[in-house]
Design a protein around this ligand. Structure first.
Ligand code: BMA
Length: 311
């Protein structure tokens, strides 16, 4: 059985996508949402342009590893007059397929002088999308939807930031009858005290994955070190019927910056995921490395669940 820090194995071709794959000039590509469409892997990448603002653009690949085709026009860009909350950029998209709606819901960070907030959009084809606008006010980010309603309500994880200095930022869960009105807010996963790897702030990484054992939760945790923040990934499991109930949470991180492309870049020592794809027993985890490029790591779902149960 794999130990908790070798559960996710880096692909030898990493980094699998860099700004050089784009048909236009940009600074970096990172933190992609991930899904499958028409037999291809689709990554909804955060692209930082040469002015420093981010937009969202689609990249497609037959094997999910190489030969990425990147759209010439972004699917979501800042600067639309009707959406002033996006003026400084749109970032970190998490994609959830919702069967009953026959469409994907995209949860992303809209950034402006108001601070970062959670916005939603929907798409049926990744050629265009329909904005639903802000779902939760600032400061809030790292949002992802569950793939089905529970007790008639859509569920979303997110990460509000307390205004009071020194109070860490935790993962919350909220509910909605229609994707527009959100309520029933409650704390789900708190950060842990000093001495832990996830002490300064945490946030959902890829959207929750429905498994027979429960909702599999991948989250990022931040620890403040002398040389700056370190972003790592950890795991938890939520009850399928009641996702406010945390069944397990690992004490250890399962993936952290080790490779050179994760250690060196615009923000060093960052692995930051917004998407994964389950293919049989294989989890394909896509992640941003050092806020500069996109990499892939793979794991066995069976091994991940065994590790969470402590087998
Ligand atoms: C977070 C987000 C991510 C970024 C990470 C590390 O707050 O802004 O987009 O990857 O910081 O810089």
């Amino acid at each position: 059985m794999a130990g908790s820090t070798d559960l996710f194995r880096r692909h030898p071709d990493n980094p699998i996508l860099t700004a050089r794959a784009l048909p236009y000039a940009a600074n970096t590509v990172f933190n992609p949402g991930a899904t499958e469409i028409n037999g291809e892997t689709l990554l909804l990448m955060r692209v930082e342009d040469l002015g420093g603002r981010s937009h969202l653009a689609c990249a497609r690949s037959h094997d999910g590893i190489g030969d990425w085709q990147v759209d010439t026009v972004p699917i979501l860009s800042p600067g639309e007059r009707a959406y002033p909350e996006e003026a400084w950029g749109v970032e970190d998209a998490r994609i959830t397929w919702i069967e009953e709606r026959a469409e994907w819901v995209i949860a992303y960070t809209a950034y402006s002088e108001c601070g970062p907030l959670v916005s939603l959009a929907t798409t049926k084809d990744f050629c265009s999308c329909r904005r639903l606008g802000p779902a939760l006010p600032p400061e809030n980010k790292d949002a992802a939807l569950f793939s089905r309603r529970i007790d008639g309500r859509y569920c979303m994880l997110h990460r509000p930031v307390p205004a009071m200095p020194g109070i860490p930022a935790h993962i919350w869960i909220s509910f909605s009858p229609d994707l527009r009105n959100w309520g029933g807010h409650r704390l789900l996963l708190p950060t842990r005290g000093p001495g832990f790897w996830d002490t300064a702030k945490i946030g959902i990484a890829a959207p929750p994955l429905a498994t027979p054992a429960g909702w599999l939760i991948l989250y990022h945790g931040v620890r403040r070190m002398g040389a700056g923040d370190v972003y790592r990934l950890g795991l938890a499991l939520l009850d399928l019927a009641d996702p406010t109930h945390v069944i397990h949470r690992l004490n250890h991180w399962v993936f952290g910056p080790e490779a050179r492309y994760e250690r060196v870049g615009d923000t060093p020592n960052v692995v930051f995921s917004c998407g994964w794809i389950l293919d049989g027993d294989e989890i394909r985890l896509y992640y941003g490395a050092a806020d500069t490029c996109i990499a892939l790591a793979r794991a066995s779902l069976k091994e991940v669940l065994a590790c969470l149960r402590g087998d």
